[in-house]
Structures are given as C-alpha cells and as structure tokens.
Design a protein around this ligand. Structure first.
Ligand SMILES: NC(=O)c1ccc[n+]([C@@H]2O[C@H](COP(=O)([O-])OP(=O)(O)OC[C@H]3O[C@@H](n4cnc5c(N)ncnc54)[C@H](O)[C@@H]3O)[C@@H](O)[C@H]2O)c1
Length: 283
C-alpha cells in the first residue's frame, strides 16, 4: 500500500521528530496533541530544529517553509480520518495506548496502518485493542529522530506481511535503515544494550571501579561513542528503570533486574542530565 498522508499522535520529543522527518520527506502530515499549548510547544521544537539546519547551511529557508506548510497541527483526533499511516508517540502507558488505538480504529480508513513507537510495551496487546490487528505494527524510532539512522520495525504474530512491507518502504523513504524485530520485551536494540548498562551500574555499585574508569573502558576499549553510565544519564535513569522493570516483569530474566543503586537514585530524584545529577554532576 502506498502511504500518501501521515498522522502522528503526540508531539513530544519523539512525535515532533517523526512529524518533522515525514514532512521533510514530502508527506503531508497531521500531528496531534492534547491541547493547543502542548501542540504549540511541539511545533516549536520542529521550528527550532529546522532553523538550526538553516543556520548550519544544511537547509534552504524556502525548504524550511515548504516543510512546515506540509505540517498541520491539531487537537482533534478526528483529523486522522484521511491518513494512510498513523504513528502513535504518546507517553509509555498501556491503558492510554489501547484507548488511543481503539479510537484510531474507529476513525481511520479501513486500509490505514496503525503504528506505535513504544519502547517496551507489547505491540500485540496494543494491536488487540483494534479490529484490525493485522494492520498494527511497531515503529520504534530513536532519539533524536531526525539524526538517528535506525528504525526498528516490530512485527507480531498477528501482523500481516503486507503491513510489514508498507512500513518498511515508508521507513526507507524517510532515509532510515530498517531492522525487523519480533514483539519481545525491548525488541533488538534495548534488549542487547540494557544488560550492558545494568552491568556497568552493578560494577559501580559493587565498588569494583570508578564511574570514569567504567566509561573510559567501554569508550576506549570497545569504541563506544559514550560510556554506559554517561549514556544512562543521557537517557534518564527513570526511563531506564521503567524499561528494565517492564523487561523483567515480562521475561523474569535476572539479567534485566534493576540494580538497587538505580532504584535508589530514581527515588532520590537523581535522574541524570534532566535533573542535573545522575552518575555525573551536571550542575
Ligand atoms: N524518548 C525516547 O528516547 C524514546 C525513544 C524511543 C521510543 N520512545 C517512545 O515514544 C513514546 C513517546 O515518548 P516521548 O519521549 O516522545 O514522550 P513525551 O512525553 O516527550 O511526548 C509524549 C507526548 O504525547 C502527548 N499525548 C499524551 N496523550 C495524548 C493524546 N491522547 N493525544 C495526543 N497527544 C498525547 C503528551 O502531551 C506529550 O507531549 C513512548 O512510547 C516512548 O516509550 C521514546
């Protein structure tokens, strides 16, 4: 199926990026938020990112205007009625996502594909909230969306080959490299990455090495662009904790169990860069 018009539900960190790159790839886009204030905030993120590209000489001013003319902001979910693909990027909450997918199922054309950008919730469970589970799929983008080259597409035991084909082609049209994962906790990337980050926290917690030596070890010894503790601060320790808890709850695999130190830091509000303190001090 050819995607002619794209809907993006949620204009936060991820939704703004997904809406931007879709408009940049010449698709007309409808992007929604829960109220005008949040919508304007989201559209401002896009404006700022595009303005930076213009400043750097990577984008012409008239192209910026053309991209923004393809973007329509809304607070009315009914405006997705003529979209061929809708990507949901609201907060990571299963009940909210299920309600949204049931609404989208009622509003969107019968041929439309409904995708979720969830990081760790079950795509199958979200799909079953609709009457078209074969047309529901995961599209897991990475932050920041305009920069990161990867798109992890998540298939389920009920999603169709046609849906996968459509979404893969769409992802490639956005300039992304598409990898395909099955609907298992945290898919491919976070499933491989999370145990590494948790082990780094355990090494620190056990007093086996300093934070700098752990990070330098992985940067200089393995050519990682940043150390695992620096990365944890960047992702946000609350987000990390949430993801590991969800992976552990579903798999009961001890490699995903959160170290006590991580839990305590989250309780103390030491969430990484966003609060100024995590494994490192940013104040
Ligand atoms: N932040 C990341 O690095 C990252 C990476 C990959 C995937 N994800 C996933 O993407 C999703 C969104 O994450 P985020 O970081 O962009 O969160 P965010 O909090 O920045 O944005 C979510 C936005 O959704 C809006 N929203 C909530 N309910 C809505 C509704 N009914 N209609 C329209 N908008 C609504 C909120 O107002 C908010 O602005 C989550 O499922 C998350 O797990 C996040």
């Amino acid at each position: 199926m050819e995607i002619k018009k794209v809907g993006v539900l949620g204009c936060g960190l991820m939704g703004a990026g997904i809406a931007q790159i879709s408009a940049q790839s010449n698709y007309p886009v409808v992007v929604s938020e829960i109220n005008e204030e949040l919508l304007n905030k989201g559209l401002k993120i896009i404006d700022k990112t595009l303005a930076k590209s213009v400043e750097k000489g990577k984008l012409a001013e008239q192209d910026k205007a053309a991209i923004q003319s393809r973007l329509k902001g809304t607070t009315n979910v009914e405006d997705f009625a003529d979209c061929d693909l809708i990507v949901e990027a609201v907060v990571e909450n299963m009940d909210l996502k299920k309600k949204i997918f049931a609404d989208l199922d009622r509003i969107c054309p019968s041929h439309a594909v409904l995708a979720t950008n969830t990081s760790c919730l079950s795509v199958t469970e979200i799909a079953m909230a609709t009457k078209r589970p074969d047309q529901v799929i995961g599209m897991h983008f990475f932050n920041p969306v305009p920069v990161m080259k990867l798109l992890e597409v998540v298939t389920t035991i009920v999603s169709s080959e046609e849906t996968l084909k459509t979404v893969k082609a769409f992802g490639e049209s956005l300039g992304k490299t598409v990898i395909v994962a099955k609907d298992t906790p945290a898919f491919i990337v976070n499933r491989v990455l999370t145990p590494l980050m948790l082990e780094a926290i355990r090494v620190l917690e056990a007093g086996l090495a300093t934070r700098e030596d752990i990070d330098n070890g992985m940067v200089l010894g393995c050519n990682h662009p940043m150390g695992p503790l620096t990365l944890a601060d960047f992702v946000g320790l609350d987000t990390m904790y949430y993801i590991t808890e969800a992976m552990y709850a579903e798999s009961k695999d001890p490699k995903f169990a959160a170290p006590l130190l991580l839990k305590r830091m989250v309780t103390a509000g030491q969430l990484g860069r966003k609060t100024g303190k995590g494994f490192y001090d940013y104040t």
